[in-house]
Design a protein around this ligand. Structure first.
Ligand code: PNS
Length: 180
């Protein structure tokens, strides 16, 4: 049994808007590699999110119940400062395709410049998840497609709620539903 100071902690940051099976695959790999994993939802993303940070935390917590060493929270400001506050010297990033690489490489080097004592580790999700992204999942859900195999059940339920007609996704004007 490791003493708390020796326990190896990692932070897995992201937007998770919403979490996909690809994210959960990375969480599982990191949770079984590290003693403690903090999944950190960025509050200051430049993207316009579908779910609020607090909703994303709540959804992720529901998805992470199989791993008792995983906690989920939001963070503001610099990621490396957050990692230090949490006693973590490792940042986990998921890599899918070559297209992810340039952006992730830039961020990893910027974070190394800011905090040379913190390492970024890239984990690959399983091949079956390589094409998955939060944006693709939202697009399919918005269009009423089946997302059951792409996201964990709590995410599927919340996406269905978000895109339930007519409130969140009304038909365009003049495109009335059929009267039966
Ligand atoms: O899932 P995403 O959108 O790639 O996640 C982005 C996130 C939250 C990981 C990224 O925006 C981030 O690291 N934000 C913290 C800001 C920061 O530390 N910037 C300086 C290093 S580039």
């Amino acid at each position: 049994m490791k003493t708390p100071e020796k326990a190896l902690a990692a932070v897995y940051p992201g937007s998770f808007d919403p979490a996909t099976n690809g994210h959960l695959d990375v969480i599982e790999r990191a949770a079984t590699t590290f003693d403690r994993l903090v999944v950190a939802v960025g509050r200051n993303s430049t993207k316009t999110p579908l779910f609020t940070p607090d909703e994303r935390v709540e959804i992720l917590r529901a998805c992470c119940t199989p791993w008792p060493n995983v906690s989920v929270t939001t963070f503001d400001g610099m990621l490396v400062n957050f990692a230090r506050e949490r006693g973590a010297r490792v940042l986990i990033k998921g890599l899918r395709a070559v297209s992810d690489f340039e952006y992730e490489f830039q961020m990893a080097l910027a974070n190394r410049h800011l905090a040379p004592d913190i390492e970024t580790l890239f984990l690959m999700a399983g091949a079956e998840h390589l094409y998955l992204s939060s944006s693709i999942v939202k697009e399919i859900a918005r269009l009423g497609g089946d997302i059951a195999a792409l996201v964990p059940p709590p995410v599927e339920a919340r996406l269905k709620e978000k895109f339930a007609r007519p409130a969140a996704n009304p038909l365009p004007a003049g495109d009335e539903p059929l009267k039966t």
